[in-house]
Design a protein around this ligand. Structure first.
Ligand SMILES: Nc1ncnc2c1ncn2[C@@H]1O[C@H](COP(=O)(O)OP(=O)(O)OP(=O)(O)O)[C@@H](O)[C@H]1O
Length: 479
């Protein structure tokens, strides 16, 4: 039988030494898995305990700094940042010997596996010496738990070009939102309402995460703001030929089109009142009954309802039919604005960049510099992901090689000059935390001075500061 080739991941065993690794490789070969590459993980500072053959055999030694090898969180964090990146673009299969190391090290492999963080098809193995024969053996670990994280990762791998949020958000606000989303999306038959400012990615979340979590591939998205109120009922519920003037042929309607999937009403507050009332009746019981226009027979569909709105909940209550609001307000998730998720901003920026980047001469990974970091960490980002998209496009337009810094600086100035939120929406004292307001004020002052005195040098002179400070200030905050 031919051998499959693969990569083996294994912690160094303090107790049993290099034998564990050698035995695991042999035992895998007996199972027709030929290990070509080994990532041998050793706690930083313990390298001297690593057997000499590891170096001779060209094994990749990965030193992992750990304050305490019994703490799951520390191990998890280090493995995510030091080991997982090495697995990108892996050829062949991945095998993990979960046996060596502390129990916490052991369980982190299981957690990563259940969370979908490892490449598809990764195999977990448990190695030991057979009690009877004293020969090495290796057994598959059956740990086929799947979590919503695993499902989302799988989705992201299927659609690599599409930017989707990382399910393991770093910020508390996003983490809580995704946790709620995962719980609520799994409730079958209950409408889900997703709130959030413009550009927080609600539509994409529904079409990806929510669809995956609900295990429904089809999502029929209805942008309610653009519907013609005279035709909306026929559009949603369908009609029979001759139901009204102009109904020349039968129309199935979006509800029927969504059968077996999700009907997603985006900006639900813009749905005309009559259609809202009719929807309440459709979703009042599990049978989802409705009557197409001009028909005397009821139809039933199997549809999950998801709605989204960028209005705050109090305002939405005022805009929606009372019964529809009551129906929709059982399961509500608010996607936080980007300014409340600063810890995630670098990843967000990276995803936006990769999705927008089209030219081969631009780097695949988003640029990152002190200027960019400061701007992204202090800008109000009222347009959320769309602000990042605008910055990415500007950076691409001003890109300069081989040193991109001047172009990025210019892009930041242009970015700050125009904001996606109209001026009157921001208060005279800025918005957000004290630090954010101070940045906002400094940015306005710097730009005002530049306009007033003509050049950065003259403006700095007039304000009694250095030019560099003033230029830096100008790219912070929101005008
Ligand atoms: N996780 C993401 N990472 C990067 N870009 C994203 C992500 N999700 C969505 N986008 C992009 O951000 C933009 C805004 O996304 P989306 O339309 O889903 O937001 P929204 O909250 O529905 O906005 P609106 O309320 O204005 O319709 C889209 O152009 C989309 O391509």
């Amino acid at each position: 039988m031919s051998c499959r080739t693969g990569t083996l991941l294994c912690w160094h065993s303090e107790r049993a030494g290099g034998e564990v690794l050698e035995n695991a490789i042999k035992a895998l070969r007996n199972r027709h898995v030929d290990i070509e590459r080994v990532l041998y993980l050793v706690q930083a500072g313990r390298e001297r305990a690593v057997p000499a053959f590891v170096e001779r055999a060209g094994i990749e030694l990965v030193e992992i700094p750990l304050d305490d090898p019994t703490l799951h969180a520390g191990i998890y964090k280090q493995v995510c940042s030091l080991v997982l990146p090495r697995l990108r673009g892996l050829e062949g299969s991945l095998h993990i010997n979960v046996s060596p190391g502390t129990p916490a090290m052991h369980s982190v492999w299981l957690i990563l596996h259940a969370g979908g963080a490892l490449p598809d098809g990764t195999k977990l193995w448990s190695s030991q010496l057979s009690r009877e024969t004293r020969r090495p053996r290796i057994d598959p670990v059956d740990f086929s738990i799947t979590t919503y994280l695993a499902e989302i990762h799988r989705f992201a791998r299927c659609e690599p070009g599409l930017a989707v949020y990382e399910p393991q958000a770093r910020s508390a606000a996003r983490h809580v939102a995704f946790d709620h989303l995962a719980r609520y999306a799994r409730v079958i038959g209950a409408p889900l309402l997703i709130l959030g400012e413009r550009g927080t990615g609600k539509t994409r979340l529904v079409e990806t995460f929510v669809a995956t979590l609900k295990e429904r591939k089809k999502v029929v998205t209805v942008p309610c703001g653009g519907l013609d109120s005279a035709l909306v009922e026929s559009l949603l519920f369908g009609h029979h030929k001759g139901a009204f003037t102009g109904a020349a042929v039968d129309r199935l309607g979006l509800l029927a089109e969504a059968d077996g999937g999700i009907l997603f009403l985006d900006e639900v507050q813009d749905l005309p009142q009559a259609a809202q009332r009719k929807l309440v009746r459709v979703f009042q019981d599990r049978q989802r009954r409705y009557r197409p226009l001009g028909s005397d027979r009821e139809k039933t569909v199997d549809v999950e309802l998801v709605c989204a709105s960028n209005l705050p909940v109090a305002e939405l209550r005022g805009r929606l039919d009372t019964d529809l609001f009551d129906r929709l307000s059982h399961l509500v998730v608010t996607v936080p604005p980007l300014r409340e998720c600063r810890e995630d901003i670098k990843e967000d920026w990276g995803r936006v960049w990769r999705e927008i980047r089209q030219r081969e001469d631009l780097p695949e990974d988003a640029p990152w510099s002190r200027d960019l970091e400061q701007a992204l960490r202090s800008h109000m980002l009222r347009g959320n992901l769309r602000d990042l998209q605008r910055l990415a496009v500007l950076c691409m337009a001003w890109w300069s090689s081989p040193d991109p810094s001047p172009g990025i600086r210019e892009a930041l100035i242009q970015w700050e000059r125009f904001t996606l939120t109209p001026e009157h929406e921001s208060s005279a004292h800025g918005e957000g935390s004290r630090t954010e307001r101070i940045h906002w004020f400094r940015a306005r002052l710097a730009r005002w001075a530049k306009e007033q005195y003509g050049t950065w040098a003259a403006a700095a002179d007039a304000l009694g500061c250095d030019e560099k400070t003033l230029r830096q200030d100008s790219i912070y905050g929101k005008v």
